[in-house]
Write a protein that binds this ligand. Structure first.
Ligand SMILES: C[S@@+](CC[C@H](N)C(=O)[O-])C[C@H]1O[C@@H](n2cnc3c(N)ncnc32)[C@H](O)[C@@H]1O
Length: 348
């Protein structure tokens, strides 16, 4: 009997997971609820405001691109900082919208600083319908995995409904990287089954942990990379995707990314570092590579069991993103091919 109920529960859970994975509307609703509650925690906003790279580049971009008399939307105003920077540009009006209660802090700061050309609206962006078209959409809808805060869906919606022809979005251009990486000695987190302490072998846990029978959660596919964790890339970085929200009208191209990386130095592959660049223009760029000055966005490593690679190896990689807002569902695979005498040999 107990086994029967366990089976029913497990089957219902798997059906629920499948439904979540395959229903974009449902994903968006769930995500919006999660996002709202996660940004109710003020420490999130403190960390963002303390990120000097982020603050400096956004400030300079707003100084450069927001003009006198513009009508501006700050999508997801949080504590209001981007709306305040825009307000100082002598704009006609800033609509500062946020679905969370954090907007009340932003209102207080605006009052205290006598910033009068801002209208605060507590609403989800999808419901926001101002009486006029917009010159500039400002936002910082960027997560640790670049697209996991539903940035693309939210921005495409506002672009389509509200942006004037000739209007701009700050920022709109992004690059995502997935680079083969070696971690510094002692700074990698191996899978449970890789451990062997003084002859005590954990390898029997592998099949069990990965099976549906395991009562434990599946091993994390990614781990955040802290400053100092990474030793070197094994290839010359090149983006696996680069997109401009002003030029696209959906995110289907992200569902399955297939690309090749040429290994340029001998070394141990510990995984693939996922990081990104936010490009306002050639001069105003935020780069959260593990080898750049750290920002509040942590790069992550999508782990593999270590593989020794040699200069000249080619990796063919497949990155699948079934739901941008749920990085737990992202998955990847890769195969090593070796170039020998002008032919590609697949190694198993
Ligand atoms: C990463 S924070 C950025 C806050 C602020 N703009 C800044 O730069 O410090 C994103 C904010 O957007 C809000 N948000 C996310 N999605 C939203 C949506 N679709 N509509 C309205 N607010 C949203 C969140 O509540 C959060 O306060």
């Amino acid at each position: 009997m107990k086994h029967f109920f366990k089976t029913i529960l497990r089957q219902s859970y798997l059906k629920w997971k499948k439904f979540k994975k395959e229903s974009p509307l449902f994903q968006s609703l769930i995500y919006s609820f999660d996002n709202k509650s996660s940004f109710e925690k003020i420490d999130q906003h403190e960390r963002m405001l303390a990120d000097t790279t982020r603050m400096d580049i956004y400030f300079r971009a707003i100084q450069k691109y927001v003009k006198d008399g513009d009508t501006v939307v700050d999508l997801g105003t949080g504590t209001g900082i981007l709306a305040f920077f825009a307000s100082q540009r002598n704009v006609k009006k800033v609509y500062a919208i946020d679905h969370g209660n954090v907007i009340n802090y932003a209102k207080k700061v605006a009052e205290a600083n006598n910033l009068k050309n801002i209208e605060f609206i507590q609403q989800h962006s999808g419901q926001f319908n101002p009486p006029e078209k917009i010159d500039v959409i400002l936002h910082e809808q960027i997560g640790d995995f670049l697209i996991n805060e539903d940035m693309i869906r939210n921005l495409l919606d506002l672009k389509k409904r509200l942006l004037k022809s000739g209007g701009i979005m700050l920022p709109s251009i992004f690059e995502m990287y997935f680079e083969p990486i070696t971690m510094a000695p002692g700074r990698n987190t191996p899978f449970l089954w890789e451990h062997n302490f003084n002859g005590i072998d954990y390898s029997p846990t592998k099949d069990f942990l990965n099976s549906d029978e395991s009562p434990l959660s599946k091993p994390e596919i990614f781990i955040y990379i802290q400053p100092g964790d990474a030793e070197s890339f094994l290839a010359n970085p090149k983006p696996v995707t680069k997109f401009d929200i002003m030029q696209i009208d959906n995110d289907i191209f992200l569902k399955e990314l297939t690309f090749e990386q040429k290994i340029v130095k001998n070394g141990k592959l510990d995984g693939f570092a996922l990081y990104f660049r936010i490009i306002f223009d050639e001069e105003l760029v935020i780069d959260n590579s593990p080898f750049e000055k750290p920002t509040h966005w942590l790069p992550s490593i999508f782990r593999v069991e270590p593989v020794e690679l040699r200069e000249g190896d080619m990796l063919r990689i497949n990155l699948n993103i079934p739901d941008p807002t749920n990085e737990e569902l992202w998955n990847f695979n890769f195969e090593k091919v070796r170039i020998e005498e002008n032919s590609l040999l697949t190694e198993t």
